[in-house]
Design a protein around this ligand. Structure first.
Ligand code: ADP
Ligand code: ZN
Length: 678
C-alpha cells in the first residue's frame, strides 16, 4: 500500500503534517534518518507508517513503559499488529507478542532500552527478522542531557549487529545533542537529517505579571473548566496548596512532584493519561512521563528557568493540533530567584553566563512589546510573521518611551553605590520620607523626588522591566542590591532609547486571557455528547479517551456533522478500523443532535428570517461570554432566537420583551443592529 493510502486507511488522516512526508519517504526508502520535530509534530507516525509500508518487523526503542503501552493500544485500535515486550506485560500479552513474531504477523515491536541488556535479546531480534530500528526520544542517548539513559548506548551496537536502517526521533534541537546522537547511534556517519520548524501554531501564548497569582490561576482554570491542564509550580509546597485551592473551587485536581513516592507519582500519571479534565499541579518533574495529546492548557504559576524550559513545558499542550492555551505568570521575585539559582549553582562560569542568557531570553519574551511567537521563534533561529494567536497580537501592548524613567532609576542606583534594592530606590525617586532615607541622607541626593510623574506601582513595573531586559541585576553578594549591567550604559549616556510597556500591570488585573471555546456555542452541546460517547468506549477499552478519537477529530465531527458513513470516513482521524468500530455509534449521536437543534431553524428555511436567524446565532456565539470574553456563558433557546428573527419592530423595548433584561443587556445592541439592516 502506498504511504497516502496507509495514512488515510490506517491512521485516518487526509494529509501529512508539515515535515512528515519527507521523513516518511526517507524512512520507507531505508535511509538512516534523524528527525527533529517539536513535541506534537507527529513523530510516531513517521516510523509507524513506514513500518507498515516495509516488510518485516520494526523494533521501536522507547524510554517509558506507560507510553509504549498507550502507543501499542492506539495502534491495535487502528487495526495494526503491534506489541510491546515490557516488564509491565501480562503473560497473555507477552504470549501474543511471541506468537505474532513467530507467525511473522507482528509489524511493530516496542521495547525499553533496558531490554537490550538482557542476554539473547539482540540475537532474538535478528532471528525474527527485524528490518528497521526506530528510536523514540533519541536524545536519551546524550550523556549531557537530563534524560540520559545508559542503555540507549546499546542501540548503536544493535544497529551494527542487525545492519538495518535506523530512524531516530527527538524534540531536542540543540546542536550538541544532535552531534551526540549521530555519534552514538550512527557511529558518526551523518544520517539524512530533518529539522522541522518549532512553531506550534495552535498554542495560544500569554504572559501576565503576578498580581494575586493564586486568583489568576484559579480564574484561568475556571474559564477552562472540565479541560485537562497542567499548572507548573516553582516549589513542591505550591503544588499542594494550588491543587487544594483548585479542588475547593470544584475542579478535579491533584499534585505531583519529585519528592512523592514513586507509586503515588505513577497513580497521578495514570489518572492524567486516562481521565478527561484532570488538572495536575506539578513541578517540572512532571514531564517526560506524559504523552497525552489532549492537554488543553498549561499554566505557569512561577516563571520557568529558561526559554528552552518554557518552550518544552508549554509544548505539552495541544499535541493533537486542536486549540490549546497557556499562561505564564512572573514577577520581580521570580527574576531574583532564577538569577540567584544560576549564581549559586555549581556550574562553571561560562555555563552560568549561558544560563543567564537563556533566562534573559525568557524574560525578554515575558516583557515583549510585540508578538510573543515572533520573539520565541526568532530565538530558535526562525523568521516568523506576527501570529494572531498570542496575547500581544490579541491586544497590542501600550508602549511609552521609558528612556527618562530608566535613566532616573539607573542614576538613583549609581548615586547610592548600587547597594539597594528596588524598594528603597523607588522611595528615593518618589521623594518618600522613610527612616532609611533620613538615616542615610538620601533626601539630599539630586535624584530625590525626581520621579513623581509615576506612582509606586508604575515604578515597580519599570524596575521589573529593567530587570527583565537585563539592564539591572540583583547582586547576590549584596543581598540582592541592584547593579547596573553593561547593556544599560548606552541608555544612561543618552546614546540609546528604550521603550517600555505601560499596561502590563493593568492587563494582569483584568480578566486574564480571553476564553476560547473549542467550538462555537452552537456546536458545544454536540461536542459534549460526542465526548460522552467517547468516554463510554474508552472505559470499555480501559484506556485513555484519545485512543478512541482525539479532540481534533471530535471537534471536526461536531462542526461538519457527517450524516452518512462516507461522510464520517472523510473526518480526519477516522481510519477504516475506527470507522468500523465506532462509526455508526458516533453517527447516531450526531443524528440525535441534528434532530434536536434544527426544527426551529428549519421552519424558517427559504425565508429571509432564516438568514437573520443564522446571523443572530453567530453574534450570540461571539458574545456568549460578553464583549470582553470574561462573563458567564449565556445563550438563548432556538425558539426564542426564532422569535427574535421574526420580530417586526426592531427596537430595544420590543426586543427586551422577548428576551428579557438580562439577555438584552448582553445581546440587545448587537441583535438590533442585525434586525435593523435585515
Ligand atoms: P510527537 O511528535 O509529540 O511524538 P505524536 O506522534 O504523539 O507527536 O502526534 C501528536 C498527535 O498528532 C497525535 O494525536 C496524532 O494522532 C496526531 N497526528 C499525527 N500525524 C497527523 C496527521 N498527519 N494529521 C493529523 N493528525 C496527526
Ligand atoms: Zn502573536
Amino acid at each position: 500500500m502506498s504511504a497516502a493510502v496507509l495514512l488515510k486507511d490506517v491512521f485516518g488522516f487526509d494529509a501529512f503534517r508539515p515535515g512528515q512526508q519527507e521523513i516518511v519517504e526517507a524512512v520507507i526508502a531505508g535511509e538512516n534518518t534523524l528527525a527533529i520535530m517539536p513535541t506534537g509534530g507527529g513523530k510516531s507516525l513517521c516510523f509507524q507508517l513506514p513500518a507498515l509500508a516495509r516488510e518485516g518487523v520494526t523494533v521501536v526503542i522507547s524510554p517509558l513503559i506507560a507510553l509504549m503501552r498507550d502507543q501499542v493500544r492506539a495502534l491495535q485500535s487502528a487495526g495494526v499488529e503491534a506489541g510491546a515486550l515490557t516488564s509491565g506485560n501480562t503473560e497473555e500479552e507477552t504470549e501474543a507478542v511471541w506468537t505474532g513474531l513467530e507467525a511473522g504477523t507482528l509489524r511493530l515491536l516496542y521495547m525499553a532500552p533496558e531490554r537490550l541488556a538482557a542476554g539473547g535479546t539482540m540475537q532474538m531480534l535478528r532471528r525474527v527478522g527485524v528490518t528497521m530500528i526506530a528510536v523514540d526520544e533519541a536524545h536519551c542517548v546524550s550523556q549531557w542531557g537530563h534524560d540520559f539513559r545508559p542503555d540507549y548506548l546499546r542501540i548503536g551496537e544493535l544497529r551494527r549487529m542487525l545492519d538495518v536502517p535506523l530512524a531516530a526521533f527527538t524534540a531536542t534541537a540543540d546542536a550538541e545533542t544532535r552531534a551526540e546522537i549521530v555519534q552514538k547511534l550512527f557511529d558518526g556517519a551523518a544520517p539524512s537529517t530533518f529539522l522541522r520548524g518549532f512553531d506550534r501554531p495552535n498554542i495560544h501564548l500569554a504572559f501576565a505579571v503576578k498580581d494575586g497569582p493564586r486568583a489568576q490561576i484559579l480564574n484561568f482554570a475556571a474559564a477552562r473548566k472540565g479541560q485537562s491542564g497542567i499548572v507548573y509550580c516553582g516549589t513542591r509546597a505550591k503544588t499542594e496548596t494550588l491543587a487544594r485551592a483548585l479542588s475547593e473551587a470544584g475542579h478535579s485536581a491533584c499534585n505531583y512532584h519529585g519528592g512523592m513516592e514513586a507509586e503515588d507519582r505513577r497513580i497521578v500519571e495514570r489518572r492524567f493519561q486516562q481521565e478527561d479534565g484532570l488538572i495536575v499541579c506539578a513541578t517540572v518533574a512532571f514531564g517526560m512521563g506524559i504523552d497525552k495529546p489532549d492537554i488543553r492548557w498549561v499554566a505557569h504559576a512561577d516563571l520557568p528557568k529558561s526559554i528552552e524550559s518554557y518552550y518544552q513545558e508549554i509544548g505539552r499542550a495541544g499535541r493533537d493540533g486542536a486549540p490549546a492555551e497557556t499562561l505564564t505568570l512572573f514577577g520581580p521575585d521570580d527574576i531574583r530567584y532564577r538569577r540567584q539559582q544560576i549564581d549559586e549553582g555549581l556550574a562553571p562560569p561560562e555555563r552560568r553566563a549561558a544560563d543567564h542568557g537563556r533566562l534573559n531570553a525568557l524574560l525578554g519574551l515575558a516583557e515583549a512589546l510585540q508578538c510573543r511567537r515572533v520573539n520565541l521563534l526568532s530565538y530558535f533561529g526562525e523568521d516568523p510573521q506576527p501570529c494572531g494567536n498570542c496575547d500581544l497580537c490579541d491586544k497590542p501592548a501600550d508602549i511609552f518611551d521609558g528612556t527618562t524613567a530608566v535613566r532616573m532609576a539607573l542614576s538613583a542606583a549609581l548615586r547610592t553605590d548600587e547597594s539597594f534594592g528596588a524598594g528603597h530606590l523607588i522611595d528615593i525617586l518618589l521623594g518618600a520620607k522613610t527612616e532609611k532615607i533620613a538615616q542615610r541622607g538620601h533626601d539630599s541626593l539630586p535624584t530625590y523626588g525626581v520621579g513623581k510623574d509615576y506612582d509606586k506601582r508604575q515604578w515597580q513595573a519599570i524596575f521589573r522591566q529593567m530587570m527583565g531586559r537585563d539592564l539591572m541585576r540583583p547582586d547576590r553578594e549584596r543581598h540582592g542590591a541592584l547593579r547596573m549591567t553593561e547593556d544599560a550604559r548606552p541608555i544612561l549616556r543618552g546614546e540609546a532609547t528604550i521603550q517600555l510597556r505601560r499596561d502590563s500591570i493593568k492587563a494582569a488585573k483584568g480578566s486574564g486571557p480571553k476564553v476560547r471555546q473549542m467550538v462555537s456555542e452552537e456546536d458545544a452541546p454536540l461536542l459534549s455528547a460526542l465526548k460522552a460517547k467517547r468516554r463510554f468506549f474508552a472505559e470499555q477499552l480501559g484506556g485513555p479517551a484519545y485512543i478512541v478519537f482525539n479532540d481534533k477529530t471530535l471537534i471536526e465531527m461536531a462542526e461538519k456533522r457527517p450524516v452518512t458513513i462516507d461522510q464520517m470516513a472523510g473526518i480526519s482521524g477516522v481510519g477504516a478500523k475506527k470507522l468500523e468500530s465506532y462509526g455508526s455509534a458516533f453517527l447516531a449521536v450526531i443524528a440525535g443532535a441534528v434532530e434536536e437543534v434544527h426544527p426551529m431553524r428549519r421552519k424558517l428555511a427559504g425565508r429571509s428570517e432564516g438568514a437573520v436567524y443564522d446571523r443572530l446565532l453567530a453574534v450570540q456565539a461571539e458574545l456568549s461570554r460578553g464583549a470582553d470574553g470574561a462573563g458567564k456563558p449565556m445563550s438563548l433557546s432556538a425558539s426564542t432566537l426564532a422569535k427574535v428573527a421574526q420580530l417586526r419592530t426592531a427596537d430595544m423595548a420590543g426586543l427586551t420583551r422577548v428576551i428579557g433584561d438580562k439577555y438584552a443587556e448582553r445581546f440587545g445592541d448587537a441583535f438590533l443592529e442585525i434586525l435593523q439592516d435585515g
